[in-house]
Write a protein that binds this ligand. Structure first.
Ligand SMILES: [Zn+2]
Length: 425
């Protein structure tokens, strides 16, 4: 199913599990043409993968290199099993045979992407061209687990994924993991996650030891941003932000076609930027964080008061659904809670626009099915809080993805890493 929507239109579909756009290929389009960090052989491969298919002349033009270099480099990539010529190209009537196009060899060199979550893990198997070969999800017990238990669950998930695809681990060259919390991408450490008992877990190392292939990790918001950059609306956008509203509020930022991770690689904690002095208490222990007004526990706290009931934190989602139904049925107190949350979201987004001036902000996450959070009122408020004189206003899009899209973003982590390993200078 494809639900890629541009502009402020919105669609909710719990099965919206395919981040594919109509564009062929995968990976950031502009980076494929502009990046000179890898060697030429890698640039040719990345270019063909991004375009879906390309003739030798297209490659020479796209990368600004000589036809002779392209001939030598593509011969090498074909011989080593990365690229192949497409045999049956349609003839252009009256013009004879078109130039032979190249594509990434389908099915070869697979990577796995996994979204680790609180009630259900999801995984996808992609080949080196980014084509989805199989996907599975597996329910899990909602609890903070010791790292060893979590890694054992991942191993089971991977077994099921490979069985579904009729593959084995020999075909897999890398795994990407997305997990919520504070995640140090470069070192593979998880200083803190709501899903892991204990602190400073060497998650990438533990998972790599168990699975026998390199493992890269990143936080949820970053892997969703990678899904947009590699497979979605962000493919042809050099600068955009993704803001996720789930259990917490996360953010991923692409600057100049690359995911920006900050100097310590800990991610952008939009949810813990302050929107009030001495404000509401946040789960991080500080006061006045955006998340303390917008995340599910914040809405649940207010819902419990408005609906005059108490429920355990594990049932926050059901409580907020009940609150939403009340709001839709005309309960003013319930509607006010959502509108207020929408105003705080407007404040947070306006701050993102003022700081980074992105061309596009993609709103994503489970909570975005509550329409107050992306209403015209919220957007008007956001624009009113932004100084836009002489500039066009930032485009806002709302995507509600299923877990497999997050897993696809995690697979992009592995794809990028495995491409560097296989073809890097
Ligand atoms: Zn906080």
């Amino acid at each position: 199913m494809q639900h890629y929507l541009r502009g402020v239109k919105f669609m909710y579909d719990a099965d919206a599990n395919a981040a594919r756009t109509v564009l062929p290929g995968c990976g950031p389009l502009q980076l494929a043409q502009a990046d000179r960090s890898g060697g030429l052989r890698q640039q040719v491969f990345v270019h063909v993968r991004a375009m879906g298919q390309a003739s030798r002349a297209d490659i020479a033009r796209g990368l600004g290199i000589s036809a002779g270099s392209v001939t030598a480099l593509t011969a090498d990539l074909i011989q080593t099993g990365f690229l192949q010529e497409i045999e049956d190209q349609p003839r252009d009537a009256g013009r004879g045979r078109p130039p032979v196009a190249l594509r990434v060899v389908p099915g070869a060199r697979a990577v796995i992407g996994i979204k680790i979550a609180d009630t259900r893990h999801s995984a996808v198997l992609l080949d080196f061209s980014g084509t989805l070969l199989a996907d599975v999800s597996m329910p899990t017990q909602q609890a903070r687990k010791p790292a060893a238990s979590l890694v054992a669950e991942l191993a089971t998930l991977v077994d099921r994924l490979l069985a579904a695809a009729g593959r084995d681990m020999c075909d897999v060259v890398g795994v990407g993991l997305g997990i919520s919390g504070i995640v140090a991408h470069e070192t593979g450490q998880v200083p803190w996650s709501p899903l892991i008992a204990g602190r400073d877990t060497a998650l990438a190392e533990l998972a790599a030891a168990r699975l026998g292939v390199p493992v890269r990790i990143d936080n949820d918001a970053n892997v969703l941003t990678l899904a947009e950059l590699w497979f979605g609306t962000g493919r042809d956008r050099p600068d955009f932000a993704v803001v996720t509203v789930e259990h917490g509020v996360g953010m991923g930022l692409v600057l100049n076609n690359r995911l920006f991770r900050g100097s310590r690689g800990l991610g952008l904690e939009l949810g813990h930027t302050k929107v009030a002095l001495d404000g509401a208490l946040c789960r991080c222990g500080q006061r006045g964080c955006l998340e303390a007004y917008l995340a599910d526990y914040a809405l649940a706290r207010e819902a419990a008061t408005a609906l005059d009931c108490t429920v355990p934190a594990t049932e926050n989602a059901a409580l907020i659904d009940a609150l939403y139904a009340e709001a839709k049925a005309g309960n003013t107190a319930a509607a006010t809670i959502f509108r207020r949350a929408g105003r705080y979201l407007a404040l947070g987004l306006a701050n993102v626009v003022q700081l980074f001036d992105p061309a596009l902000i993609i709103l994503a996450g489970e909570r975005m099915r509550y329409d107050y959070l992306y209403s015209d009122t919220m957007l008007r408020e956001m624009h009113a809080l932004t100084l836009t004189e002489g500039r066009t206003s930032c485009e806002i899009a709302t995507h509600v993805w299923g877990d497999l899209v997050w897993a696809q973003g995690a697979a992009a982590l592995a794809l990028a890493d495995a491409t560097d390993a296989a073809l890097g200078a």
